[in-house]
Write a protein that binds this ligand. Structure first.
Ligand code: 5GP
Ligand code: SF4
Ligand code: MG
Length: 462
């Protein structure tokens, strides 16, 4: 999911949130929503669809205020229905608040029992609503906003990056491991105390906000309108475990992580991949868009020319975000088209960022051979995905993951490629400009940083 918030006086905050969500559209395409605070009242608009489908100028014009909380949803828990769209808005004795969540709790069942006091009216099937109920109940028990939010967080286990709008300012939170990203910056002159919170830096840049810092893992940050200093507190001390899949695939290539764009990181792992598993060939191509930076790096390192061999229809959503396998398969056909003029008679090295189910690659190889490629060598700029994610990325159940089901040799035969190699786990981690051990890489190695209850585990593991 994508989370975005703007706190700014005398500015069209709903319009700014619209642009922020637009930049974060890749993080979720199922539903979009914005809640705006205006003189103590909260106005919420959310619906199924892309940001540009859910909002138009008329809707935004009816949403004046000084604080906007926005959300793009990509479902991992809870079904694909409008009741599950966010932000969640609830009432308390101190007024209404709005909460937007990226991530996934691993103790949702337990939390549901905790917050089910007989009065909580569950309107969704999401874990995000449970977090909101926990905040509401803590406020209604008599705590102030900061303490109530902290008390609620302590009941949650899992991945959560949150933006919470309250009558008392804007709060931004990351879980103790910092699994999902979240950054903040200033809008305009920093002295004016106008603040922006975004899942990724690309959301700041689109509205001209200046990056200040990441919300740190285990941190709760409070922004007040007009105050040039946010109030930061650590509510949890745990080892950093940023999702490495954000680096490999999920986040946008122009977003900055550890002081550089992911484009640079992805190019670097392409170079590593070339050092690890180059093969004689005529042309290196990338699978658009996510395989391109690594393909360029691979070409630079190997000296084999890079070319555009596939054209992508930019208007088709990321195939994997569509909820069912049938939809995925239908989506893939319209997405990529090969260029025979470039490919005919060539021995190809084809770079993609990941193989999850293998459906994309299998179709692609057929298309490349139809276009005249004489050899197809697949190189993947991440290790084999062998384990499902429980922390907010929909890599499906383990029986759907091709690398959990087949050996390298079997995958090679299944994809009908001449050779196949994946990036090593060391290569993936060493290329990142973060200290080692900084990441969650459980989908590649099964080492889950957050313990889960057995029911949840067995729901996705074979
Ligand atoms: P698959 O092997 O699952 O058919 O597709 C892998 C390709 O699609 C890669 O290009 C990757 O960018 C994208 N992709 C498809 N599904 C997923 C998914 O569930 N997670 C991720 N990270 N990428 C996916
Ligand atoms: Fe990211 Fe994989 Fe960890 Fe999930 S399991 S948080 S996708 S690294
Ligand atoms: Mg891709």
């Amino acid at each position: 999911c994508g989370v975005f918030a703007v706190l700014a006086g005398e500015q069209p905050v709903a319009n700014l949130a619209y642009f922020g969500l637009y930049a974060l559209q890749h993080r979720g395409q199922e539903s979009a929503g914005i809640a705006v605070f205006n003189e103590g009242k909260v106005r919420l608009h959310k619906d199924m669809g892309l940001v540009s489908q859910v909002f138009d100028q008329d809707v935004l014009a009816r949403m004046p205020g000084d604080l906007a909380i926005g959300h793009n949803r990509y479902s991992t828990t809870g079904s694909s229905r409008v009741c599950n769209a966010q932000p969640v808005v609830l009432m308390t004795r101190l007024g209404a608040f709005a909460l937007a969540h990226n991530g996934n709790l691993v103790n949702a069942r337990e939390l549901r029992e905790l917050v089910d006091d007989g009065q909580a009216e569950f309107t969704s099937t999401t874990d995000s609503e449970l977090i909101a109920f926990a905040v509401q109940q803590a406020v209604d028990r008599g705590l102030d906003w900061s303490d109530a939010i902290e008390a609620a967080l302590k009941l949650c286990r899992g991945a959560f990056s949150l933006a919470i709008g309250t009558p008392d300012g804007l709060f931004a939170v990351r879980d103790g491991h910092g699994i999902r990203p979240l950054v903040f910056g200033t809008l305009g002159d920093p002295a004016t105390g106008h603040w922006v919170v975004s899942s990724e830096t690309c959301g700041l840049e689109i509205i001209g906000a200046r990056y200040v810092d990441d919300v740190q893992p285990g941190e709760l940050v409070r922004f007040e309108l007009g105050s040039a200093e946010p109030q930061r507190r650590r509510w949890s001390e745990e080892p950093n475990r940023l999702c490495v899949f954000e680096m490999i695939y999920f986040a946008r290539p122009d977003s900055q992580f550890f002081g550089e764009s992911l484009y640079s990181y992805r190019q670097r792992i392409g170079r590593t991949l070339a050092r690890e598993s180059c093969v004689e060939a005529d042309l290196v191509i990338g699978v658009p868009d996510s395989g391109i930076p690594a393909a360029i790096g691979f070409s630079q390192e190997s000296g084999i020319p890079y070319g555009d061999g596939l054209i992508k229809n930019r208007y088709v959503g990321r195939t994997f975000i569509q909820p069912t396998q049938a939809m995925r398969e239908a989506g893939i056909r319209v997405k990529l088209n090969p260029l025979p003029d470039v490919l005919a008679g060539k021995r190809l090295i084809v770079i993609d960022d990941s193989i999850v189910r293998g459906t994309t690659s299998r179709k692609l190889v057929v298309a490349l051979r139809d276009a005249g490629a004489t050899e197809v060598h697949m190189r993947i700029s991440s290790p084999p995905v062998t384990h499902p994610c429980f922390y907010g990325i929909d890599t499906d159940t383990q029986d759907q993951l091709i690398a959990a089901q087949m050996t390298l040799e079997q995958i090679k035969d299944h994809l009908k490629v001449d050779s196949l190699a994946y990036l090593s786990k060391e290569g993936m981690l060493e290329a990142a400009k973060a200290e080692s051990g900084h990441f969650c890489s459980a989908c590649f190695d099964g080492q889950y940083p957050i313990p889960m209850d057995q029911t949840l585990l067995s729901s996705k593991l074979m």
